[in-house]
Ligand binder design. Sequence first.
Ligand code: G6P
Length: 372
Amino acid sequence: AAAEKGGFDTFMEKEIHDQPQAVGDTLLGRTDAEGRLMLDELRIDEEKLRAVDRITIVACGTAAYAGTVAKYAIEHWTRIPVEVALAHEFRYCDPIVDERTLVVSISQSGETADTAMAVRHARSLGALTVSVCNTHGATIPRESDAVLYTHAGPEIAVASTKAFLAQITACYVLGLYLAQLRGETFADDAKSVMAELHTVPDKIASLLTSMDRVEEIARFMSDTRAVLFLGRHVGFPIAMEGALKLKELAYIHAEGFAAGELKHGPIALIEPGQPVFVVVPGPDTPNDLHKKVVSNIQEIRARGARTLVVAQEGDEEVTPFADEVIRVPHTSPLLQPLLTVVPLQVFALHLSTAKGLDVDQPRNLAKSVTVE
Ligand code: G6P
């Protein structure tokens, strides 16, 4: 078993360290010699894809947060409206779906019953269905019109890590492909985004070598009762995922919020000593989002929060208001989730370990939920 864990104590830790490869392998073979996206593997009539006028992403749990990251990127690149629906809600909300709707399901196992039923329902309404899946030949890809496999390799730990990064990567690839196919003027940029994506695995690897302080913070927090996570733009689903990881692994009450929502309620939760993770957008994010999140940090700090700030290397503006700064390498704004989630995964892992819990098999959870 030790060999299976690649020398790590738990599958989850191994899988966190598999992430550079999971992203790299998911990019592999999906571009031609000129760097243009090439997804013949979809085997869908290109005309049908060109005609798509709305996209609905269906998924559960971590996969749904990958879907929310994907929404920001796909809408930006393709200008097609994208909605993200929890699979178990989608079926019962009388969804608006027709033959020009692309329903993208995201599932590591490909066996999640809620997601499989959402896909069946979408197909019965005439939608085009694409499965983003990590498991060859699983139910969901079999029952979809097309499949785009993530190549994260088998994920054993119940809490998803490398599959999440691979799902985000596959959705970027899909979004860029749709943009290229529709002849958005954007097509040239698709190449440069792909070129940048290819640099991300090395950045994740280097980030993973600088996690000692995160581990230490986690160890000191083993009796913490609640942790909040704030993020904005693509950092918002990452805040949600950071909170989910902590619930799943450390059984700590954790909530993720959109930073802009703070003053509309959650700020009432801030009392002296309350730990708050803040995922800070890079300083080059449009619309001054960086500045806005820095001022959110100031607001909660003024009320006594203990601020644990995930920020880009070189971002010094956050430093005066941060109790801890966790640095991540630079990427363009839409690609940041591939890096910012990593310290949050590592934090949850070590907090779980510090509490003496079973990291790989948290109580009450199943890797794949095959009943509704
Ligand atoms: C379960 C797991 C989660 C996972 C979710 C979706 O609840 O505990 O970690 O995110 O299912 O799984 P899927 O296989 O569809 O991605």
